[in-house]
Design a protein around this ligand. Structure first.
Ligand code: GLY
Length: 371
């Protein structure tokens, strides 16, 4: 006989979701201890560790000696976003099945955003969902991808087209992994931190623009990472399913995803954070035009982005294609391109639109400013 449970009233569903799925995010100073505690919280029968070819080589050796991982099964996938595909996902599902994972198994995703997104999706769908823990190893994954429960894969030429909201049981952030990162990957993650600065406070935005990424002070970076993660966590906690304020985290992404898709289509891929940084240049222009975002702060942010990320080259022949990519964005409703803009640092304006003419002018501005 079917037994019905009464769901909380509509207004409480978000709160219900938050409590059922509250994700623990730990800034770890001792990964062995933190991971032991996190795995002990889950009664699992089998443990799986998912890595990509890079983190298998560079990061797994740092956790493999942990005694409680000695029986863990390993699954390795190809590195970079080009492997964030249905084929890779099927490989992970098949490996879990072949290695006899059950619904009570636990998966540890050790890697960057590609591994935590795809691994989170594989875990969340295998046998209707097994528990997983994220150990992000890139700056981008630490401050963004691994926190907040978005999982998925690219599909049909579109980024993160297929996926579910399904939070990791624990996210363990150990900034020592950042020492294995090259400059480009550090800069890529830093773009999401700049975004968090822009949507939070002038103080935090200012300290981010003054940080020297070339001569990285890792201790100072750890403090900035902690602030950045807190900003994201606070927003996700208020709106886990992105009906409202979580859209603040999309700043720079409407145009950024279009740049990323164009670059991919033309076989000149760029790291996600670079595209987001260039996207923020465009969207700060719109913010300035439509919401009165201060010109001096727009200029200072653009200067930092130009010096750190260089330029993304395109010309007016690409405008139609970029516009088309933006119309496919998941964030749109009824075919209207949805932007998150700002009236000031921390003054978030979600659900903003722009005319085609304003968008063309935005691209003109980008090309003139970033030369
Ligand atoms: N990466 C944006 C979000 O998690 O909502």
């Amino acid at each position: 006989m079917t037994k019905y449970v009464s769901l909380p009233p509509d207004s409480d569903i978000e709160t219900f979701f938050v409590h059922m799925n509250k994700q623990e995010v730990i800034l770890s100073e001792n990964l062995e201890k933190s991971l032991q505690t996190a795995t002990d919280k889950n009664k699992y029968d089998k443990l799986f560790i998912l890595t990509d070819e890079c983190t298998h080589r560079l990061c797994l050796p740092l956790v493999q000696p942990f005694g409680f991982l000695s029986d863990a099964e390993h699954i390795v996938i190809g590195a970079t976003d080009t492997h964030k595909t249905l084929e890779t996902l099927a490989h992970v599902w098949k490996s879990l099945g072949d290695k006899e994972a059950t619904r009570h198994s636990l998966m540890i995703n050790l890697g960057g955003g590609m591994v935590t997104d795809l691994g989170g999706f594989a875990a969340s769908t295998f046998k209707r969902g097994i528990a997983y823990i994220n150990i992000p190893t890139t700056l981008l994954a630490m401050v963004d991808a691994s926190v907040g429960g978005k999982t998925g894969i690219n599909f049909n030429g579109l980024k993160n087209e297929i996926g579910v909201f399904s939070p990791a049981r624990s996210v363990l952030i150990d900034t020592d992994f950042l020492r294995t990162l090259d400059y480009q990957n550090l800069a890529s993650g830093y773009a999401e931190m700049i975004k968090h600065g822009l949507i939070s406070t002038t103080d935090h935005w200012g300290e981010l623009l003054n940080f020297d990424l070339q001569q990285t002070d890792y201790k100072a970076l750890q403090t900035l990472v902690a602030k950045s993660v807190k900003i994201k966590e606070d927003i996700v906690e208020q709106d886990p399913l992105e009906h409202g304020i979580r859209k603040a985290l999309n700043l720079g992404h409407t145009v950024g995803h279009a740049f990323e898709s164009l670059a991919l289509e033309e076989n000149r891929p760029h790291l996600h954070g670079y595209a987001v940084a260039w996207g923020m240049v465009c969207e700060l222009y719109l913010a300035n035009l439509k919401c009165g975002f201060p010109t001096d702060k727009m200029r200072q942010t653009i200067r930092f982005i130009r010096e750190t990320y260089g330029n993304f080259h395109f010309d007016c022949k690409h405008y139609d294609r970029l516009y088309k990519f933006m119309t496919h964005d998941k964030k749109n409703t009824s075919g209207i391109i949805n932007f998150t803009l700002l009236g000031e640092v921390g003054d978030i304006r979600i659900n903003q639109s722009a005319t085609r003419q304003e968008i063309d002018e935005m691209f003109d501005f980008y090309r003139e400013t970033m030369l």
